[in-house]
Design a protein around this ligand. Structure first.
Ligand SMILES: [Zn+2]
Length: 108
């Protein structure tokens, strides 16, 4: 059995207009300036998490077996309103018990 190596894909600009201004990022600037948030954290408006698996009840993934998993960080462009993913983390989730959801990505 092979383990999926975690990887990160980033997109620095809006795919529609090329702007670097994102809603949650802009709003977080004030919070960071007030010392209420770690300056290194990236803010996002939405998180999408998922695993790649057969969702039918006939498909059973044994406990401890890894399946591909992802977390996508989405935000809204401040210049054109496009919702896009600026960071995608891809890794592997191991099921601790049947039908556990949401999964967690093991990065180490
Ligand atoms: Zn845009």
């Amino acid at each position: 059995m092979s383990e999926t190596k975690p990887r990160v894909i980033t997109f620095d600009t809006c795919p529609n207009c090329g702007s670097r201004r994102r809603l949650a990022d802009e709003l977080a600037k004030d919070v960071k300036a007030r010392g209420l948030m770690n300056k290194d954290l990236q803010s996002c408006s939405f998180l999408l998490k998922g695993i790649v698996q057969d969702m039918t009840t006939k498909a059973i993934i044994p406990i401890g077996v890894g399946v591909p998993a992802y977390i996508a960080y989405l935000d809204i462009c401040m210049d054109c309103g496009t919702v896009y993913s600026f960071r995608i983390e891809i890794g592997e989730a191991k099921l601790a018990k049947p039908n556990k959801y949401p999964p967690t990505i093991h990065t180490s």
